[in-house]
Design a protein around this ligand. Structure first.
Ligand code: OGA
Ligand code: NI
Length: 362
């Protein structure tokens, strides 16, 4: 194979390129596979019988929060905090509308992501890496060095902070990629607001989470799930919980995201211009198990490609995360862990069902 990771050099002295693995044809991604005209999915994508997509519930009362109301009065804000509390306790998932991120920016971000994935393979593979600690990489599945069954997904995944430094590393093509700077900043501000409401919903001061997490880290992904000839055998992304604080996910009009609730999968019907927000493991830890980071997955279909853009917020990398003493009655449920180590363990493990979270339970 003559494709190397030539486009990306980390500006630091630590050893970086750990792409010691041979690049196999399947590492070129699912889109490449589909474009080559296949009618059956290769065995490595076939989920075990129990893991396959099955019938799902459609839940009309899936929480949708109108953030526009919070700006009107302190009474409206208090009402929103109690809606968030209810959504966090019952689902760990909610959608937000009237969130202030301009619709035109959302449209631009979705088209940039589509354009990126439509680029020729050689262009995208410039950013290919199997190093899960890299601050920007193109990949497929979840972690191809670990996954026993591959996910039907290609992605570009990169950090957004520090913005000026990261911007230099982002793809040159499409030229419109620079919109990501504005988009990630707006979404970060929205996330900060939501984390204030979540703090308050735990009866903590509004800046509690921000202080406990020493600000934030921010990683975003451009997920592409090509239409699949045998969608009932595969998953776009297998069951997992997100490791960080909260994720704000933008999905296009194609249904595919599912959330586990009361031991059943529920499909999250896309609402145009909304964000799907889910709690991550660090909120479960900080809340001492009051809130749970929900398990979720994505399915694919035979007729349409699907795209999603999750922005995963987290504590700053060096933060030691532990249950808030205010929320501990008796002894804490989790041991402390530095967020960077948590991420490393999570990424390195591949998508296994043994959560890193469970290893921290006391
Ligand atoms: C993720 C994720 C779901 C989706 O990337 O962590 O859960 O709908 N994605 O793409
Ligand atoms: Ni996720």
């Amino acid at each position: 194979m003559c494709i190397h990771n030539k486009g990306y050099i980390k500006p630091s002295t630590t050893s970086y390129h750990r792409n010691t693995m041979e690049i196999l044809p399947l590492h070129l991604g699912v889109k490449n596979l589909v474009d080559s005209g296949l009618h059956k999915v290769p065995d490595i994508y076939i989920q075990s019988k129990e893991g396959r997509p099955n019938a799902v519930h459609r839940e009309e009362s899936f929480p949708v929060l109108d953030l526009g109301t919070a700006l009107n009065s302190s009474k409206a804000r208090a009402a929103l905090v109690s809606q968030i509390r209810e959504a966090c306790v019952n689902w760990g998932f909610f959608q937000v509308i009237n969130h202030g991120v301009p619709h035109s920016l959302v449209d631009e971000m979705l088209s940039v992501a589509r354009e990126f994935h439509a680029l020729p393979n050689e262009e995208k593979m410039r950013y290919f890496s199997t190093d899960t600690e890299s601050r920007m990489r193109y990949g497929t599945s979840f972690n191809v060095t670990q996954d026993k069954v591959f996910s039907w997904r290609d992605y570009l995944r990169h950090s957004c902070l520090p913005l000026a430094e990261m911007q230099d590393l982002w793809p040159e093509k499409p030229a419109s990629y620079k919109v990501t700077a504005d988009y990630s900043t707006r979404v970060r501000n929205l996330a900060k607001f939501l984390l204030e409401l979540i703090s308050e919903s735990l009866d903590l001061p509004k800046d509690y989470i921000d202080k406990a997490f020493n600000g934030c880290s921010q990683v975003m992904a451009l997920n592409f799930y090509p239409a699949c000839p045998e969608p009932d055998l595969v998953l776009g992304i297998g069951p997992h919980s997100d490791p960080g604080s909260i994720t704000l996910l933008l999905q296009d009009h194609v249904e595919g995201l599912q959330v586990m609730h009361g031991n059943e999968w529920y499909s999250v019907k896309p609402i145009p211009y909304s964000f799907v927000v889910n709690l991550g493991d660090q909120i479960q830890i900080l809340s001492n198990d009051k809130y749970k980071s929900p398990e979720h997955r994505a399915v694919v279909n035979s007729s349409e490609d699907r795209m999603s853009i999750p922005v995963a917020m987290g504590p700053s990398w060096e933060s030691l995360v532990l249950p808030a003493s205010e929320l501990v009655e008796g002894s804490p449920v989790f041991k402390p862990m530095v967020y960077r180590d948590y991420m490393t363990a999570m990424q390195a493990g591949g998508l296994h069902r043994q959560w890193v979270l469970d290893t921290l339970r006391i």
